[in-house]
Design a protein around this ligand. Structure first.
Ligand code: BES
Ligand code: MN
Length: 458
């Protein structure tokens, strides 16, 4: 074992405990982007990231303030202009932790139990960010990096990246690269490495329904007016038909269909309904008729209620007829749907179907279209070989149900393809209590990124 790769991998193995300690330190920062009261922790996470980059000898490290949370940038361009330049993307922000009482250990007290480490953001995506950085360190400390790097870490991914597109537009030169690497997608199981070639888009909105101008006694007024909670439930119930199809007018019009070949490939993925039953704990699966679960998650658009609020929900019973009700609704989009069309379709739907006895308003929140990547790029092939070297099995190609809208922005603003990969699992409890990361897979991830960086120069 004397070649540059093996030496770098040995370095990674020798430093595995410290890598884990650094991940723990990073994951103990409560960088929740939705929450204004977490602002100091967001800043701390940005500073921690910048400090980490500087310690790795990365140049021109800067924390760019934005109207929201800061963007951390760094670069190392020492491989010369004949070598390719990768833009490594990541986000240091995490989702909120509620419901807190369901966490076995504190969300920001990383805790190892068996093969897993538990903390908010550990798999989405602080652990994935560290894979990219630890692989970088392993090569830079033992030899010469074979390619150039730029790093772009944002603190607003979980809230729709409102300030990233303006930043990219005004810093195109700084972000100039040949391709991007987004380690914010996952794999299917510890045995199967995975390359994600498509991500769904998102259109997120809030519906508010107003009835009486104040909360009413439900006995004195029940029977006199329509209850806004009931009206909202009727609206929501009407959003799917009995085939599980979304009823928004025109919702499926632009959906790009897949060919037989891709359909066959998806059918061969080593994951099936039993997996989703186990991973969700739901008594049975549900979705659009005529499609497999994998198809419904990857190539079909969906609509979900993320939350609802109305009236009295405290302890005990209070007889009240609420004045208003609201729901947070999101749609997951596939090529070639557009978020703006979906907001319009929802507005048309409400116009037509909302009960006449109430007033409603629709508030579009954030979103972005789906993305689909070129599976035959040399960058994807370099990753494919790297994963195969470490796992001794061919990676599978899959479409992801989740969204990372910036991937499309990389295509449109920077003109580059993105390699989507990562080492999270569908059952890692992303966005829910007891988020976890599978450590053996994480360590393999670091090894495979070392190979990936070397392969990119070949
Ligand atoms: N890392 C996730 C997306 C993801 C999840 C990719 C699972 C692959 C597998 C990302 O941080 C995320 O959660 N994104 C948000 C989108 C955003 C616009 C709020 C999402 O998908 O809900
Ligand atoms: Mn993420």
């Amino acid at each position: 074992m004397t070649d540059a790769r093996s030496i770098a991998i040995q370095y990674a193995h020798h430093n595995s405990i410290r890598f884990l300690d650094e991940l723990k330190e990073f994951s103990s920062i409560a960088s929740i982007s939705t929450d204004q009261s977490s602002k100091p922790d967001i800043i701390r996470a940005a500073e921690w990231t910048a400090k980490q980059l500087r310690a790795l000898g990365i140049n021109n490290v800067q924390i760019f303030p934005t109207q929201g949370h800061p963007i951390v940038y760094g670069e190392w361009l020492g491989a010369g202009s004949s070598a390719p330049t990768a833009l490594i993307y990541g986000h240091y922000d995490v989702q909120p932790v509620d419901p807190l009482n369901l966490w076995v250990t504190g969300p920001f007290k990383p805790d190892i139990r068996g093969d897993y480490i538990y903390a908010r953001g550990i798999t989405d995506m602080k652990g994935q960010m560290m894979v990219a950085l630890d692989a970088y360190e392993s090569i830079s400390r033992t030899g010469k990096l074979p390619i150039n790097f730029r790093f772009l870490f944002e603190g607003e991914e979980e809230i729709g990246s409102p300030n990233l597109v303006p930043f990219m537009e005004t810093h195109k030169e700084l972000l100039q690269c040949d391709f991007a690497i987004n380690p914010d997608t996952g794999t299917l199981s510890p045995e199967i490495p995975c390359i994600t070639y498509a991500l769904r888009g998102l259109a997120y909105m809030e519906i508010r329904v107003y009835g009486p101008d104040h909360d009413l006694h439900s006995g004195v007024f029940g029977g006199a007016v329509l209850n806004p909670a009931q009206a909202l439930c009727e609206i929501i119930a009407g959003l799917h038909d009995d085939q599980g199809r979304v009823t928004l007018p025109g919702f499926y019009d632009k959906v790009r269909l897949i060919d037989k070949e891709e359909q066959g490939e998806l059918a061969r993925l080593p994951i099936g309904d039993q997996y989703y039953l186990n991973a969700t704990g739901a008594p049975s699966l549900y979705g659009e008729a005529g499609f497999t679960t994998i198809e419904r998650l990857g190539v079909r658009p969906t609509l979900e209620v993320n939350g609802m609020l109305s009236g009295f929900t405290g302890d005990g019973a209070k007889t009240v007829l609420p004045a208003w009700a609201m729901a947070k609704i999101s749609t997951r989009l596939v090529p070639d749907q557009q978020p703006a069309d979906v907001y319009q379709q929802m507005s048309d739907y409400l116009e037509r179907h909302a009960p006449k006895e109430i007033r409603w308003s629709l508030i579009p929140m954030h979103g972005g279209p789906a993305s689909i990547s070129d599976r035959n790029s040399v960058y994807i092939k370099a990753l494919e070989r790297a994963l195969e070297t470490v796992w001794h099995t061919q990676p599978v190609y899959k479409r992801e149900g989740g969204s990372v809208p910036v991937v499309l922005d990389f295509q449109q603003i920077l003109g580059v393809e993105t390699v989507n990969t990562g080492f999270s699992m569908p059952d890692d409890n992303m966005h829910s209590p007891n988020e976890k990361l599978h450590l053996p897979t994480w360590y393999r991830g670091i090894d495979s990124f070392i190979h990936f960086y070397f392969n990119l120069a070949e």
